[in-house]
Design a protein around this ligand. Structure first.
Ligand SMILES: *Cc1c(COP(=O)(O)O)cnc(C)c1O
Length: 425
C-alpha cells in the first residue's frame, strides 16, 4: 500500500484510529463502509446540526441513532447534567434520581409496573430474556428477521435463510448451543408465528419484537399483526417483550405500545431514556419484575447502573418531551420530509412514523426483511455520498432508519428535500 496524501483531518484521525481500534470505530455502522465512504469524525454538535473536525456542518438525521430527540445540547438536558456534576459522578449506592426516573417511566408507560435501569439497550434485552426464561421455566426465544435487539449471543441469529430456523449463528463466537434456542421468523407474517407456536409452543419463553422495525430500514406492522402476536403469546403462555429501545418515547411519549394499544409483558428501553448518556432499562409486569435480584433469584447487576448523571440527563429529556405540542411538532416535521421525498422517484419507498423515516431504494413496498434486502444498496450509497457533499448527515446504511428531532426546522427539512432531489438525479 502506498501512503496517499492525507486530505482531511478526519482521514488523519481515521488512520490513527485504525491502528488501535478494530475498524477504527467503536460501533460498526459508524464506519460508513457500506456506503463506500470513510467515517467522518465529529467535533461538536448543536441543535439539529453536527460539525466535523474539518469544519463542515451537517443537518443531522442520525441523532446519535435515536437518543437526541431534543436535538444536541438541549439547554434543559445540559443544565441537569451541570447541576448533578457538582454533586459527584457515581456513588455505588442508590440515589434519589433513580427513583424519580423509575416513577416517570412507570407513569409514561403504564404496562411497566416496575423497572430496572441498566447501561445500554443490549443489557436491557439480554436481561429481559433471562428474566422471561426464569419466569416461564422455558428456554426458547422467538424473534423476527431483520429485528435488532443488541449484540447478545441469543439475538445474533441470521435472518431469512433456512439456516435461521436451525439457529445457526450469524456471528462467529456466538455458540450454536445458544443460538439454536432462538427461532427467527419473518415479520408481518402471522401464519409463521402460529406455526412456530404449534411446533414449539410449550418451549417458548418469550417473543421479542421491535413493534416498529427500525433496524432494517423502517418497516411498519400491518393491521392487527401486533394484536395477533399478543393473543398467541397469551394463548401459549409465552411472554411478549416489546423492544422499544428505539421507539420508546419517540413515536409517541408512551412508545409504540401506546400508538398501537398493545400491552406487552415486558418492555426494553434505551436511547432516548438516557438523554445522550449511556442508559438502558427493562420493566413490565410486577409479578415478573419481582423475580429480579435482590427481590427475587434472577441475577442482574451493574456497577454504573442508575448513574446520577445519566439519570439527570434522562429525566430532563423525558420531562421536556412532556411539553404539550412536542409530538405534534415532531409528526408535522416528519410528514413534511416524507411528503417532500415521496414524489422524487418511482424507485424509492418512503416510510415514516413520527420521528422516524426510511427511504428504501426499491420499486416495491417493503414489508419484511426479505423485501428490504432487495433494495439497491449501490444506489443508496451513491445518494448517501451526494447528500454528505450537500451537508446532510443521513444514516450510513440502507438498513437503518433516519431520526428527526423536535428541533429540526422547516428550513432544515426543505434543504434536505432539495439535497435529495439533486442527489437522486
Ligand atoms: C439500539 C437498539 C438496541 C441496542 O441498544 P444499545 O444501546 O446499542 O446496546 C436494542 N434494540 C433496539 C430496537 C435498538 O434499536
Amino acid at each position: 500500500m502506498t501512503t496517499a496524501a492525507v486530505a482531511t483531518r478526519s482521514q488523519a484521525i481515521f488512520e490513527r484510529a485504525k491502528a488501535v481500534i478494530p475498524g477504527g470505530v467503536n460501533s460498526p455502522v459508524r464506519s460508513c463502509k457500506s456506503v463506500g465512504s470513510e467515517p467522518i469524525f465529529m467535533d461538536h454538535a448543536d441543535g439539529s446540526h453536527l460539525f466535523d473536525v474539518d469544519g463542515n456542518k451537517y443537518i443531522d438525521y442520525v441523532g446519535s441513532w435515536g437518543p437526541m430527540i431534543l436535538g444536541h445540547r438541549h439547554p434543559r438536558v445540559l443544565e441537569a447534567i451541570e447541576i448533578t456534576l457538582k454533586q459527584g459522578t457515581s456513588f455505588g449506592a442508590p440515589c434519589r434520581a433513580e427513583v424519580e426516573m423509575a416513577e416517570l417511566v412507570c407513569k409514561l408507560m403504564p404496562s411497566i409496573e416496575m423497572v430496572r435501569m441498566v447501561n445500554s439497550g443490549t443489557e436491557a434485552t439480554m436481561s429481559a430474556i433471562r428474566l422471561a426464561r426464569a419466569f416461564t421455566k422455558r428456554t426458547m426465544i422467538v424473534k423476527f428477521d431483520g429485528c435488532y435487539h443488541g449484540h447478545a449471543d441469543s439475538f445474533l441469529v441470521k435472518a431469512g435463510s433456512g439456516l435461521a430456523t436451525l439457529g445457526i449463528s450469524s456471528s462467529p463466537g456466538a455458540p450454536d448451543e445458544i443460538t439454536k434456542l432462538t427461532v427467527s421468523i419473518p415479520f408481518n407474517d402471522p401464519a409463521q408465528l402460529k406455526k412456530t407456536f404449534e411446533k414449539h409452543g410449550k418451549e417458548v419463553a418469550a417473543v421479542i419484537i421491535e413493534p416498529i422495525v427500525g433496524n432494517a430500514g423502517l418497516i411498519l406492522p400491518e393491521e392487527n399483526y401486533l394484536q395477533t402476536i399478543r393473543e398467541l403469546c397469551t394463548e401459549h403462555g409465552a411472554l411478549l417483550i416489546f423492544d422499544e429501545v428505539m421507539t420508546g418515547f419517540r413515536v409517541a411519549l408512551g412508545g409504540a405500545q401506546d400508538m398501537y394499544k398493545i400491552k406487552p409483558d415486558l418492555t426494553t428501553l434505551g436511547k432516548i431514556i438516557g438523554g445522550g448518556l449511556p442508559v438502558g432499562a427493562y420493566g413490565g409486569r410486577k409479578d415478573i419484575m419481582e423475580m429480579v435480584a435482590p427481590q427475587g433469584p434472577v441475577y442482574q447487576a451493574g456497577t454504573l447502573s442508575g448513574n446520577p448523571l445519566a439519570m439527570a440527563a434522562g429525566i430532563a429529556q423525558l420531562k421536556t418531551l412532556q411539553t404539550p405540542g412536542t409530538y405534534a411538532h415532531l409528526a408535522e416535521n416528519t410528514t413534511r420530509l416524507a411528503d417532500g421525498l415521496k414524489g422524487l422517484s418511482k424507485s424509492i419507498q418512503v416510510v415514516s412514523v413520527p420521528g422516524m423515516l426510511g427511504v428504501f431504494f426499491n420499486s416495491k413496498p417493503v414489508t419484511d426483511f426479505e423485501s428490504a434486502q432487495k433494495c439497491d444498496t449501490e444506489q443508496f450509497g451513491k445518494v448517501w455520498r451526494a447528500l454528505i457533499e450537500k451537508g446532510i448527515y443521513w444514516p450510513p446504511s440502507q438498513f437503518e432508519a433516519a431520526f428527526i428531532s423536535a428541533v429540526h426546522t422547516k428550513h432544515d427539512i426543505d434543504n434536505t428535500i432539495d439535497a435529495f432531489k439533486d442527489a437522486i438525479k
